[in-house]
Every structure is written in structure tokens, then in C-alpha cells.
Design a protein around this ligand. Structure first.
Ligand SMILES: Cc1ncc(COP(=O)(O)O)c(C=O)c1O
Length: 329
């Protein structure tokens, strides 16, 4: 897959086009470390090493933390940076929007989402903060993480529970002790939900994310679920866990940081999580930092503001302008 900026490069005058070509050559080299997407992909293993900038002797065994950028992508990104510096005003007012729109369209296609259910932010932590901080917490709400939740995400959960200003959710964790089978993980998840409900047996967890109006006494139960945990790296049966959430009336927020580009057959229309966030700069080989935030249309009213709040925050209306607000994040 290739996110192409050809349409805007085509409109450049000869000088600008030659400057961009020079940048591209400097980065990809006369040896042609470029990849022509119309040809079959290069063979896997040593043969593709020349498409990365790794210093001599360096073997990258940690792609997962930060991602690493293939040279052809770096060259295209550098061309875009140069294009934006050639005329920042034109770039930000005119050129950038269709490029972003096309990138969102292609990302949506990969994950089986609708175009306008997908926005791009800087990283997964940003995306999950956008979701969790937009939930208008009530006293009695529950926010469930896990002992395997990624550091910055579990700190976000903790922070929301610690805030001095009420209302705030009560925080709980599911314990996962690997090795576990998928069936054991699903069972542990369901058992924890039921145990927490029992602990708060005076609370009615009946608010669903799609509801705009609800009973004054009702509450939410929100679970943050990893698709692939980071330490240790384990694929969780997140689609089955989303089903458990639906059966138990729990909101599903998926930390899919490692999924896009790595996990095959992602179809969010079928899996139907309430919120789903993934890093494009890890296994999709986009330039750092770029993450996708998927919010199905039915839940977009929950995301009242991008983080940070943008120019296009619409105030208290029915349409939160989910896509428009994220043009600048
Ligand atoms: C499971 C998981 N979630 C979230 C993140 C956070 O990603 P980022 O630092 O890009 O926000 C990571 C980072 O590696 C991760 O492994």
C-alpha cells in the first residue's frame, strides 16, 4: 500500500519539482533504494535491509517501541516537508487537506472502517487520552485496565481515577499471568467484570456509549483492552473480549497500538468495538508520529473535543465535527 502525494507534486512548477527530486535522490541514493509499488515486493530478510537507514552493524530487534521508517517513505515525507516550506500558507490552507483525507481513506480501508470514522493523531497515547478524557465521568463509573496495560495508558487510567476534581471513575485491573490460553483470558476478563459489578452492587451500569440521554442514576463501566500487549508481547482475543463487553453492558476501548500493519484481517465493522486506536508508525511503517483513532458514527458524540481543543470545536451541538476537529492534531 502506498499513501501517495503525487497529485500535489504534479502541480509544482519545474524549479520546485527539481528541488523535490534532489531531496528524494539524496535520501534514496543513486543506487535507487526506492520501491516501485507496481512491481512485486522485494524478497523478505536481508534483501530488504537496504530500504532502511540502519547504521552498519545495527540489527533492529526492537521495531515495536518506536517503529523504523523505510527510506522510500522517508523520501516521500521529506518531499512533503519541503513542499510545505516552499509555501506554508498554500500548503496548510489548500494542499494538506486532500492529502490527509486520502491518508484517512486508505487507513479506513485497511481496518474495515468508514472513511469518516477514522482520524489521525500523533500516537496511541494521544488517541487513548482523546477517548478517555472525553468521557464525561460520573461518580460511580468504573474504568477497568489490566496488569498488562502499557505504562502510559495505565498511568492515564490511574490519573483519571486520582483527579482531585470529582466526578471520577473508580479504577480496577484484571490480572493476566501468562502463559494463558485465549479461553482463559476471556474467562478472566469476564470474571473480573462480574467481580467488580458485585463490589459495586448498588450501581446500575446501564449507560451505553451510543446513548445521548440517560437516567440520572445510571453509570458506565468502561474497559481498556489490549489487542497485543507490549511486555510480554501477547496477542489477546480482543474481538471475543469486545463480545463479552457487549454481553455485560461494558464499553470497549481497544489499545491496538501494535495491530495495524501487523494483525491480519482487521475488520472493525465486524468486530464492532466502541473505540479503537492503533499506531501507524509501528507496523504500518508510517512516519513517526501517526496513530489512527476509530470511533464509529454512533459514538462520535462522546468525542466532544479533540485534544488539544482545535479551532473547529463546534460548541454544544449534536454534530461534534469529529473529522474536522482532528485536521490539525
Ligand atoms: C500496547 C501499547 N499501547 C500503547 C503504546 C503507546 O504507544 P505510543 O508511545 O506511540 O503512544 C505502546 C507503545 O509501545 C504499546 O506497546
Amino acid at each position: 500500500m502506498r499513501i501517495s502525494a503525487r497529485s500535489s507534486f504534479d502541480r509544482l512548477d519545474a524549479d520546485a519539482a527539481s528541488q523535490l527530486e534532489q531531496v528524494s535522490m539524496a535520501l534514496t541514493g543513486p543506487a535507487g533504494y526506492t520501491y516501485d509499488p507496481t512491481l512485486p515486493p522485494p524478497p523478505f530478510g536481508h534483501a530488504i535491509k537496504k530500504f532502511w537507514a540502519f547504521e552498519k552493524g545495527y540489527v533492529n530487534v526492537n521495531h515495536g517501541s518506536y517503529g523504523s521508517l523505510p527510506l522510500p517513505v522517508l523520501a516521500e515525507c521529506s518531499k512533503l516537508s519541503l513542499l510545505s516550506e516552499q509555501n506554508p500558507d498554500r500548503f496548510h490552507r489548500i494542499t494538506y487537506m486532500p492529502l490527509l483525507d486520502e491518508a484517512r481513506r486508505q487507513v479506513a480501508e485497511i481496518i474495515g472502517a468508514k472513511h469518516d470514522e477514522v482520524v489521525l493523531v500523533t500516537n496511541t497515547t494521544h488517541g487513548l487520552n482523546t477517548v478517555l478524557r472525553n468521557i464525561e465521568w460520573r461518580e460511580g463509573d468504573v474504568l477497568l485496565g489490566a496488569t498488562t496495560t502499557y505504562g502510559a495508558v495505565s498511568r492515564t487510567i490511574q490519573y483519571l481515577g486520582d483527579r482531585s476534581e470529582a466526578p471520577r471513575p473508580t479504577v480496577h485491573d484484571v490480572l493476566y499471568e501468562f502463559p494463558m490460553t485465549h479461553a482463559e483470558i476471556v474467562d478472566a476478563f469476564r470474571a473480573k467484570i462480574r467481580e467488580v459489578k458485585q463490589l459495586h452492587s448498588d450501581v446500575q451500569f446501564t449507560i451505553q456509549p451510543s446513548e445521548k440521554e440517560f437516567d440520572e442514576k445510571a453509570n458506565r463501566f468502561v474497559a481498556v483492552i489490549d489487542s497485543i500487549t507490549s511486555v510480554p508481547g501477547v496477542y489477546l482475543p480482543w474481538k471475543e473480549m469486545v463480545k463479552v463487553c457487549k454481553e455485560e453492558g461494558v464499553w470497549s476501548v481497544i489499545d491496538a497500538a501494535h495491530s495495524i500493519g501487523q494483525e491480519t484481517g482487521i475488520n472493525l465493522a465486524d468486530a464492532d468495538p466502541d473505540f479503537w486506536v492503533s499506531n501507524c508508525h509501528k507496523w504500518l511503517y508510517a512516519k513517526r508520529g501517526c496513530a489512527v483513532v476509530y470511533v464509529p458514527e454512533r459514538n462520535q458524540h462522546v468525542i466532544k473535543s479533540s485534544i488539544p481543543t482545535s479551532h473547529d470545536y463546534p460548541g454544544q451541538t449534536d454534530d461534534t465535527h469529529f473529522v474536522l476537529q482532528h485536521e490539525c492534531t
